[in-house]
Design a protein around this ligand. Structure first.
Ligand code: HEM
Length: 76
């Protein structure tokens, strides 16, 4: 799969995971404990893995923009 295709799928999924994490975190006292375990405690590590994959897939941009000395911004 091409990087851009993978990111087109990964990015919205990651957005939903972030929203899920924030909402279930804030509502932890109000939702059933089993739901919290599945959604928050289960979704948390999935979100961390998604962020790691997102950074990996964008590594060329990160390197060009932040890690190459004396060349200013990369190619966007
Ligand atoms: C927007 C991000 C997040 C918010 C607002 C948030 C909020 C919270 C809150 C309020 C609790 C306490 C719930 C309670 O004791 O009633 C909690 C517990 C927990 N969170 Fe998050 N959280 C976030 C991200 C994450 C992530 C990224 C992970 C995992 C990688 C995670 C894993 C857990 C776990 C395992 C617990 C249970 C801890 C325990 O049993 O003492 N959370 N979170």
């Amino acid at each position: 799969m091409k990087k851009n295709t993978a990111l087109k799928i990964l990015n919205p999924v990651m957005g939903l995971l972030v929203i899920n994490q924030a909402i279930t975190g804030m509502l932890s006292e109000s939702i059933p404990h089993e739901a919290f375990e599945i959604l928050h405690e289960g979704g948390g590590p999935v979100l961390v893995a998604a962020v790691a994959l997102h950074v990996f897939l964008n590594w060329n941009w990160i390197r060009a923009t932040y890690l190459k000395k004396g060349q200013g911004q990369g190619q966007g």
